[in-house]
Design a protein around this ligand. Sequence first.
Ligand code: LFR
Length: 492
Amino acid sequence: DQPAAFAAVDLGASSGRVIVGRVGPGTVDLTEVHRFPNTPVRVGGVLHWDILSLYAGVLHGLREAARRTDGRISGVGIDSWAVDYGLLDARGALLGNPVHYRDSRTDGIPEQVYAAVPAAELYAATGIQHAPFNTVHQLVAARGTPQFAAARRALLIPDLLAYWLTGEAGTELTNASTTQLLDPGTGEWADGVAKRLGIDTAMFPPLRRPGDHAGYLRDDVLAETCLAGPVAVTAVGSHDTASAVAGVPAEGSRFAYISSGTWSLAGLELDAPVRTEDSRAANFTNELGVDGTVRYLRNIMGHWLLQECMRQWAHEGRPQDLHGLLAAAADVPPLRSLVDAGDQRFLAPGDMPRRIADACRAAGDPVPACPAEFARCIFDSLALAHREAVLEAQRLSGHGVDTVHIVGGGAQNALLCQATADACGLPVVAGPVEAAALGNILVQARAHGAVDGTLGDLRSLIRRTQQPDTYLPRGAQAWDAAAEQMAARRPR
Ligand code: LFR
């Protein structure tokens, strides 16, 4: 018996990939068949996703998947970043390019939203952290535009791509939870608050859960990709972080995870949301995960801080080589300059070295003087933010941990993994890098009957087939002092 093959489409903020997973009893084997850049485009002053180029990348990847499997894949699942959406008219045509969550159109909008629904009430209803990019703020910013008036439907990014591939529309639950319009306790729309904001949640097609059937590839898609039909599309944890957390190779429940990529998403997997005022003040979010879990986590700026520095240096005519920079950063003395990696001042694109330098200067820390010093400052700051998120999440939820898992691209960053182990005072298990694709593929494989079991069983399959690295903690005292200093700097 040949193992069944599934394609995972995993779109990140800086690149997209199509990965083929062959899954049989006791085996999972991944092959990346196509990787393509995700380059946002500023048009008329608004930052957009280049959605057709992403869709072309998906088709190209499926064609590659067909070539490697004799046209025989059993299924496709799609995950991407959260919160963003496309609007469709009454005939299903896309009305304009989806706007990027880092665009400034939501500046000042949260204030308007909280005037209609106080922040505490919105948190009690949806469990979602304050972030200017949440779908709720984007929809309020879009309300009143001719485009919005013509819209009959909103599709979150993975749902939009699935609609183009299958002709069928749905709203996948884990990603729907990031809109800040859904009640994570009931898994239903929070219509009470939505109505008060002038948002009709019926613009989102019916909800579907990870594992639900989401249609078959259209005939023209089969023809274009050389795949032999029927090929089912399965709803997976379509929020990339939901798939990444499903792909954490944890044993038992006493673990924290950090999904480390453009963002660091750091937190715990819980059975139920935590919606206390303390939790809101600490800006923890309750997103839904695979199999009814809650992803209780904090958004930390992540490698975005470095990516945006690299972009700036290249723009100034001094491009840096990433490997060289990581090696040089390891030689810079630790913990000299720290910034608050949760600070939303770092959210928008723009001159990142300047913003980091300003923050260091304001705090009285030495201003990094070369790229290696910036990189060191960034990794130390991320490790400190990881520590705070891991500690605070335990305090606020009462759920203790004894291991921290780092998954995603950041699992390859040894300096960051070791600093995180030191800062947390806990062992860090790093990998797999492609956790999101693994989570995506295993949820599909289970829906097709190629594997069975609970989320814990899927994770044990990952443990048996992938080889993570372990970093043991060393001397935490320096980090205790750094954490105290950082806490003293924050406004109360
Ligand atoms: C990571 C991620 C985060 C989400 C951010 C914006 O790729 O999906 O979980 O907060 O992107 O959508």
